[in-house]
Design a protein around this ligand. Sequence first.
Ligand code: 3AM
Length: 185
Amino acid sequence: MPRLFTGIEIPADVAESLSMLRGGLPGARWVQPENYHLTLRFIGDVDDVVAREAAYMLGQVRREGFELRLDDLSAFGGRKPRALVANVAPSQPLMDLQAEHERLMRRAGLEPEGRKYTPHVTLARLRDSSSRQVAEYLSARGMFRSLPFQVSRFVLFSSRASTGGGPYIEEAVYPLAAYAAIGTR
Ligand code: 3AM
């Protein structure tokens, strides 16, 4: 059974700036820069019929590309930190695209995602890092802000069955349209 999720790729120059943040946090397992991604909708372990239905549904998306920027770092998990992440500057087109993925995946037969969507790029998974070590790391790194980048497609990724994690495979790629013709405003 493939383990699937939809997401957005991180361009090489942004990935390089994120990779500079690796190191300096005990207990962190750093994500390989080629595996950085922005998850839109976790699908999970599904059979081939559901996987094909999901892939077909995603092909129905008709949206324009948009710009994103990563803005600031934080940790998920509070007192028991489990991930170090880069946050995404607020983007309505991103939230709209994510909401459409949610609707389409329900129509493909998946259970609703119970968790609120918090866009992020995971930089490290944390096993034994204390909240204090994370706070020290974050204050030492100061403010992180990426260059803006254009999102012109999204991807149906598979990860290792059951366990998740990279390397991720691009099962299908879905273009977002170029900006609408000049002169329509
Ligand atoms: O984007 P990141 O790497 O933070 O944590 C998993 C990973 O997130 C998440 O899906 C992404 C691709 O594997 N994930 C794993 N299990 C999940 C679940 N049960 C999950 N997201 C929601 N529900």
